[in-house]
Design a protein around this ligand. Structure first.
Ligand SMILES: Nc1ncnc2c1ncn2[C@@H]1O[C@H](COP(=O)(O)OP(=O)(O)OP(=O)(O)O)[C@@H](O)[C@H]1O
Ligand SMILES: [Mg+2]
Length: 371
């Protein structure tokens, strides 16, 4: 009895950005591909992979999880966010994590190189910097190669306007050509990834693997939700679970929000009922609006919003052909804004010429806020 009371204390859901959930629902195929790559990276088409998805689709959680798995398999992992200084950060994290693998003589060599570089003005846009970074990376990778250890680099929140992003991609091509054991995973919003791919100096990336983190199928949401509740030491009524799954609508962040709030609504009861889920869903919806939808809306232009409001007149899918009449605009206007909104991760085109909202609940939010 006491044990159960103790377990009831902690809420097992994780509605925190970047946090790896107890169950990573719906990503099994992607995880399998990447774990296979770690076991045998040399000829894997996934050794350079980009994860693309809307806000809250689980990009950070997924790359964090993969880095943990890589470490457990003996890899060295450097995790960075695309910001100024990221190249130096990749190197420093890798050096720190590999100190136990590097023999004394070479560690002196490495340290002296990196200290010299750190002592200079730091990492700037000057031309010599990337080559310098490459040299220092190479000497570390040479050391790692002696012990058969690979390096995983993860870059979150890909930013196509960052020079170091381009340097990394360019240098990574050399690593591949030189048969170095380096795997590169990048994650970002669709429009950022598209912009990165369209750059001339990153044309190499157009051949890299691209994995889209779309909505999670209902049965997987159901399984993850139920398993999380049970791991936390409670149960959930079947009708309550079905309501939760319906309102989560395949969206990972919503899964955590609804779970977290429903769990709290059930207080010290051992079973989550439909009333608890109803309360939880209400709170979750408000949080989703303030944390995801407001930010998404603030990045849209007036014409984007008009396009979306024209779409919102339909119950389900919108025919692209109907939009030019509704908006009284040319077909090219419709095509341009369709592309913008697809890249912003706000809409999807599951079938050519048919458009839907990509973020569950965003349509109702838009009508409420703008309509
Ligand atoms: N596959 C999943 N199954 C269940 N929950 C998940 C899954 N992936 C992520 N989550 C949860 O969803 C929330 C958002 O995840 P995450 O921060 O990784 O999203 P993101 O795509 O990086 O968002 P952003 O673009 O804003 O950085 C977190 O609370 C996380 O625990
Ligand atoms: Mg993220």
């Amino acid at each position: 009895m006491k044990d159960t009371e103790m377990q009831l204390q902690s809420n097992p859901f994780t509605p925190v950005f970047g946090k790896v959930p107890l169950y990573l629902a719906g990503r099994e195929g992607i995880i399998d591909d990447l774990l296979t790559t770690l076991d045998n990276p040399d000829n894997s088409p996934d050794r350079c992979t980009m994860f693309v998805g809307a806000r809250g689709s689980g990009k950070t959680a997924l790359i964090t999880y993969l880095a943990q798995e890589a470490r457990a398999r003996g890899w060295i992992a450097s995790n960075v966010t695309a910001t100024k200084g990221m190249l130096e950060d990749i190197l420093q994290q890798a050096i720190a994590a590999s100190s136990h693998l590097i023999d004394n003589a070479s560690s002196v060599h490495l340290a002296s190189v990196s200290v010299a570089a750190l002592g200079s003005v730091g990492f700037t846009r000057d031309q010599a910097a990337p080559a310098n970074w490459r040299t220092r990376m190479n000497s570390l990778l040479d050391q790692l190669a002696k012990t058969g250890t690979g390096l995983l680099i993860t870059v979150d929140e890909v930013d196509p306007s960052l020079d170091e992003m381009i340097s990394l991609v360019t240098t990574y091509q050399h690593f591949v050509r030189e048969d170095r054991r380096v795997v590169l995973l990048m994650a970002g919003l669709p429009h950022r990834i598209s912009a990165l791919l369209s750059g001339e100096s990153t044309s190499f990336l157009r051949r890299a693997a691209r994995k889209s983190l779309g909505p999670i199928p209902s049965y997987e949401v159901e399984e993850a939700f139920r398993s999380t509740v049970m791991d936390g030491g409670k149960r959930i009524d079947e009708d309550a679970l079905q309501t939760a799954v319906e309102r989560i609508d395949g969206f990972p962040f919503m899964l955590q929000l609804v779970g977290y709030r429903s769990w709290n609504a059930s207080h010290d009861e051992g079973v989550i009922s439909i009333d608890h889920v109803r309360q939880g869903v209400g709170l979750a919806q408000e949080e989703l609006e303030s944390r995801v939808f407001d930010a998404t809306l603030s990045e849209l232009s007036q014409a984007d919003i008009e396009f979306l409001l024209a779409m919102s007149q339909d119950e389900g899918k919108t025919l692209q052909a109907n939009l030019k009449t509704r908006l009284a605009k040319s077909p090219s206007h419709v095509s341009i804004y369709k592309k913008r909104l697809l890249e912003a991760g706000v809409i999807d085109e599951p079938v050519r010429g048919k458009l839907v909202f990509a973020l569950p609940g965003f349509k109702d939010y838009l009508i409420k806020t703008m309509g």
